[in-house]
Write a protein that binds this ligand. Sequence first.
Ligand code: PEP
Ligand code: MN
Length: 259
Amino acid sequence: LVSRKKKPEDTIVDIKGDRIGDGNPHFVMGPCAVESYEQVSQVAEAVKKQGIKLLRGGAFKPRTSPYDFQGLGLEGLKILKEAADEHDLAVVSEIVNPADIEKAVDYLDVIQIGARNMQNFELLKAAGSVNKPVLLKRGLSATISEFINAAEYIISRGNENIILCERGIRTYEKATRNTLDISAVPILKQETHLPVLVDVTHSTGRRDLLLPTAKAALAVGADGVMAEVHPDPAVALSDSAQQMDIPTFENFMAELKKQ
Ligand code: PEP
Ligand code: MN
């Protein structure tokens, strides 16, 4: 059902009027994790100033180490929604447990399924059964075909509002945190009718590569870019090395608008 052969025209995912897949670039920006109201609200204000509609922030954080910050959970989602409402933004946040979807849908506009859960089939089915857009990230070691099949799980349950997100894959290369598979973008656009985003933060893991990879993503036809923004990345509880501070984010957007 996600195949272009089944549906030749592009799917546009409408999130509070932000139409992902309409041919214009869209942005999903915000901190790696929700840490406090103060933190999120500063970012929300900066995001709004750029004319961006989608505010991200992790409340349920699937961390590689059990000893790392795990997120504020439902409390984090409530904080994110409060800050988003104040600036008329839409909330994008990851859900890791199918049992959380029902209570989380009141606080978010887009359900994010993270790389580590791309093949959590119960989660995919649960996200496919609700009336909320889903942002599905490519698994750490998933082929494009496995990625497309994960989206198929969601759409097969009735939910067609799916946004795919390339976020880098595991390779032998150590210069970046993951290897951004830029060619996945045109392949996904050719093979499916779904919109495609590129997450430049988690693919590169390097602040100095965010702008050039975002330019590359838009140049190859991505429908938008995701990146992380934090008021003070040095003290961030997660992904401190690659989040942008607000002036860097403003410069990032200004440079992309020059394209
Ligand atoms: C995220 O976007 O917050 C995240 C954890 O990314 P990924 O699932 O791609 O690692
Ligand atoms: Mn992060």
